[in-house]
Design a protein around this ligand. Structure first.
Ligand code: ADP
Ligand code: MG
Length: 246
């Protein structure tokens, strides 16, 4: 893919809460960027702005030089920007396999949509491959609502992988999961990076950030306090005091 994603001076308030206050950072293709910071720092909100779910009051988001700000969530998904949600947002009344199949159809770019009616096979093949990679093959026909939290989280990862994203954001992948699920997230992030995708990971766990990320964006109070390598950012005394304080 190459190129960069640029978040430029983005502000957003909800009523009296200034969730983002001149937030600026960049991500690059083939890199994994950790978004970290105290609760309420604005991490999920900035991902919501980039993916079109929240309209910024001010500022712009550019992907490979093209502005994303006037596009809908669906349009942004169709140009290859995928994400998971902190609250997962799965279809509880569907099976695991169905959750993956609808994710692919909903985000299909125009070229792929044209072939949709005859693409039952390819969609199924892709879903089968993703389920296999995530260790969910045996559970393909189970109801999503019957799964453990860690399994549900893997389904949310599977759904975004089905869209073959060139930019992907994962909102708190490590929280509430077991080591098996954590390994699957790590493996898929590595694969995405090798394919040149841009990966943004919202995380609380510093060890996980050190393991997965090339670059860290530390946010606090709606702004970026520091961007750099994990070594640089976590050695910064201001970051440390904010993090412990937060
Ligand atoms: P983080 O993901 O870093 O924990 P969020 O981006 O979720 O932080 O939230 C930043 C601030 O914005 C918080 O104070 C939160 O309560 C507020 N906020 C986020 N989304 C909404 C919303 N839809 N309505 C009202 N307040 C919101
Ligand atoms: Mg959040």
């Amino acid at each position: 893919t190459g190129g960069t994603l640029d978040v430029l001076d983005v502000s957003k308030s909800f009523g009296g809460v200034q969730a983002l206050d001149g937030c600026t950072f960049s991500m690059r293709g083939g890199g994994v960027t950790g978004l970290i910071g105290p609760n309420g720092a604005g991490k999920s909100t900035v991902v919501n702005v980039v993916t079109g779910f929240v309209q910024a009051d001010r500022g712009t988001v550019r992907l490979g030089g093209h502005g994303l700000h006037s596009l809908s969530p669906l349009e942004i998904a169709r140009i290859g920007v995928g994400r998971t949600f902190q609250d997962l947002r799965l279809f509880d009344g569907m099976t695991v396999l169905e959750n993956l199949l609808v994710a692919r159809e909903a985000s299909a770019p125009v070229a792929r949509r044209g072939r949709r009616r005859s693409a039952r096979g390819p969609g199924l093949d892709a879903a089968t491959a993703v389920l296999d990679r995530l260790g969910l093959s045996d559970g393909a026909d189970r109801w999503v609502r019957e799964l453990s939290y860690a399994e549900r989280k893997l389904v949310s990862l599977g759904r975004v992988l089905m869209t073959e994203p060139r930019v992907v954001f994962l909102d708190e992948p490590s929280s509430g999961v077991d080591l098996n699920a954590l390994d699957h997230f790590g493996n898929e992030i590595r694969t995405l990076r090798e394919r040149g995708a841009m990966v943004g990971v919202i995380e609380h766990n510093v060890e996980v950030i050190r393991m997965w990320c090339d670059d860290v964006v530390f946010m606090t109070r709606g702004q970026v306090l520091r961007q750099g390598s994990p070594g640089e950012v976590f050695a910064d005394p201001t970051v440390l005091s904010e993090y412990v304080g937060g």
